[in-house]
Design a binder for this molecule. Structure first.
Ligand code: UDP
Length: 384
């Protein structure tokens, strides 16, 4: 039976679910409060330089998930792109993630892999048996000098919190390598959509049966007009912040343009407090197959997200998770609404995971629709 579905948000979560449900014959309306699709992955050509810019900060597609990679390649041509991040600290340039070159240059040595591994182990604080905080994780595995040079100040700039207050999971995103591999990511697939993320999301949404309403807030009171709602907005906003606002970090970008090549790389991190920004992104380097005379760069600043700001990073400290739990309990009492994505589940999600979870959510809905089972409020546990 054909269902009328409302999807709130036209980022990856909303677009992928819309695509799958409309392809299965359901009628889908997508409500997007901004004037564009693609959420924070949105990219557009800079009118002054012609360079494709990631308006909400750098997005590099990388994944080990075959289904997500296969899915995005159906809707865009992906060009090979490998993210190699440089870091400036104490007036010197290094490669990230921490690898054999970083270690040898930083300590003025010429160690081979096994030597460097032993050396780093000797620097690590072995009294920390089970690191739970970001700081403990860093001190245990890379020692104080590398921690202070690369992580401590950057993390305070990024999160507005001391690394001793943050969970180890944030640092675990970054590998430490004992070879000269400076690929920022360890995943099997990595690339950049040739015509940008906006075109990719537009193509995902271009399925008969999908109608997109831009500049349109969805009022939860309209829920009963639909058989089911998939909500990828902030979970606390659905409940009118009844349990208070979940905290996020937001980003500000200061744009500047120049001729030629400003920094020679897409992303350079500024890891000490010589600069107030966390990193500078030079967007033309995300499209090495194009050529542009001029260049456009974003200096990136992170700060606490206010009521009218765009939320980026969920913070998820222990107290935030307690508040989240209250919203999760409210959500589980709602009928015919499923909460999805980074904002709907208040998790720090990469694009590939978001897409994969959206595909799984759509599968569950299609199964539930055919067996007349109840569709749950969450298809993954946001508290896990
Ligand atoms: N980080 C850091 N120094 C760096 C890069 C990252 O201290 O030069 C820390 C920072 O706390 C960051 C975390 O490591 O939030 C994870 O880094 P990742 O690059 O995954 O963050 P993303 O920019 O993708 O959110």
């Amino acid at each position: 039976m054909k269902r009328n579905i409302a999807i709130v948000g036209a980022g990856f979560s909303g677009a992928v679910i819309a695509n799958q449900l409309a392809s299965a014959g359901h009628q889908v309306e997508v409500f997007e409060s901004r004037n564009h699709v693609a959420g924070n992955c949105y990219s557009e050509r800079d009118s002054e330089t012609g360079v494709m810019v990631h308006l909400y900060g750098p997005h590099i597609f990388h994944t080990d998930i075959e289904r997500a990679w296969e899915f995005v390649n159906r809707y865009a041509e992906f060009k090979p792109y490998v993210n190699r991040v440089k870091a400036i600290t104490n007036n010197r340039v290094f490669t990230l993630p921490i690898n054999l070159l970083t270690i040898n240059q930083f300590f003025g040595k010429t160690m081979r892999p096994a030597e460097a591994q032993q050396f780093l182990a000797s620097l690590g604080d072995k009294s920390i048996e089970n690191p739970t905080t970001f700081e403990e994780q860093a001190l245990r595995f890379v020692g104080r000098e590398l921690y202070e040079a690369f992580f401590k100040t950057y993390t305070v700039k990024q999160w507005g919190l001391q690394p001793s207050e943050l969970p180890a999971s944030i640092l675990k995103r970054l590998p430490v390598r004992f070879n000269y591999d400076d690929n920022y990511f360890s995943h099997k697939y990595q690339g950049m959509p040739a015509e940008g993320y906006t075109a990719l999301v537009e193509n995902i949404l271009a399925v008969p049966g999908v109608t997109v309403h831009l500049n349109t807030m969805f009022d939860p009171a309209l829920k009963s007009d639909y058989d089911h709602v998939f909500y990828s907005g902030p979970i606390d906003a659905w409940f009118k912040h009844a349990e208070g606002r979940l905290p996020y970090r937001t980003l500000d970008f200061e744009t500047f343009r120049d001729s030629g090549d400003y920094q020679g790389n897409a992303v350079i991190n500024y890891c000490d407090d010589a600069k107030p920004y966390t990193r500078i992104t030079e967007h033309k380097h995300f499209s090495p197959w194009e050529s542009h005379e001029r260049t456009v760069c974003y200096m990136e600043y992170s700060r606490q997200c206010g009521e009218t700001d765009i939320p980026y990073y969920p913070i998820r400290l222990a107290r935030d998770k307690q508040q989240l739990e209250k919203y999760v309990n409210l959500a589980r009492k709602e009928s015919n609404v499923t909460f999805v994505g980074r904002l709907g589940t208040y998790r720090y999600l990469d694009m590939d995971v978001t897409i994969n979870e959206a595909l799984i959510t759509a599968d569950k809905f299609l199964e539930a629709a055919s067996s007349k089972a109840r569709m749950p409020a969450f298809t993954i546990d946001p508290l896990a």
